[in-house]
Design a protein around this ligand. Structure first.
Ligand code: CA
Length: 230
């Protein structure tokens, strides 16, 4: 069974070996590059389904790889492999077009689950109606329903939720949310996002203090988790 093709760009041979064995045993095809130039070449020519990207690489680092891949118009999901406690590095990577990150050392089971979720979403068609929990978000009608009852939302709340849904499972830096939802208005700050998230949580979370959908990523931003298969 071939469940997808993963490109690993990582210079540590033992880690590459471990990842290759784990993903191969789960039915993935695995490509690996130990330096940036080879990584970019494989990303552009082999059309992988997902890229695992180390940041600290010889010669061309992970950020440059990320930027180059996105500049070429390739939208393959990119999950960065980062060291712990490097929030600024993570934000930079997300701003350059990475979709998510996982901090080393990580559990391989968690990484595989994350990868599988990305691949499922990529394969799902762009639905007009998106369901999560008891909710149904209708992207055409610009309406949110819970058990068929409409929930009143402001246009900003709707745009924020629609953006979260379109990027579900991704780590989203505040800056990226701001640009996507508020545009380039100079009157808004990241506090505007936090306020809008708070009112949105009040409408969709059972307990806004323990959110299950809109999760806070400390020092970075937010991640929307729809739960289950989506
Ligand atoms: Ca490295």
């Amino acid at each position: 069974m071939n469940t997808g093709c993963i490109l690993i760009i990582e210079d540590e041979p033992a880690l590459v070996r471990g990842l290759r064995d784990s993903f191969t045993s789960k039915g993935f095809e695995v490509l690996a590059a130990q330096d940036g130039a080879t990584g970019i070449d494989l990303a552009l020519t082999k059309n992988p389904d997902l890229i695992l990207l180390d940041i600290m690489l010889p010669r061309v680092n992970g950020y440059e790889i990320c930027r180059t891949i996105r500049e070429r118009g390739i939208e393959t999901p990119i999950v960065m492999l980062t060291a712990k406690g490097q929030e600024e590095d993570i934000i930079l990577g997300l701003n350059l077009g990475a979709d998510d990150y996982i901090a080393k050392p990580f559990r391989i089971g968690e990484l595989i689950a994350r990868v599988n979720a990305f691949l499922r979403r990529a394969r799902a068609k762009q639905a007009e109606v998106f369901r999560f929990g008891d909710f149904e978000l209708n992207l055409t009608a610009h309406k949110l329903f819970r058990h068929s009852r409409e929930i009143e939302m402001t246009p900003k709340e709707f745009r924020l939720l629609a953006y979260f849904v379109s990027r579900r499972g991704c780590a989203l830096a505040r800056n990226d949310i701001l640009n996507a939802v508020w545009g380039h208005s100079i009157m808004v700050t990241s506090r505007s996002i936090d306020r809008c998230v708070a009112t949105l949580r009040a409408k969709i979370e059972t307990d806004p203090r323990e959110p299950i959908y809109i999760q806070t990523i400390r020092d970075i931003g937010y991640r929307f988790e729809a739960g289950g298969d989506c």
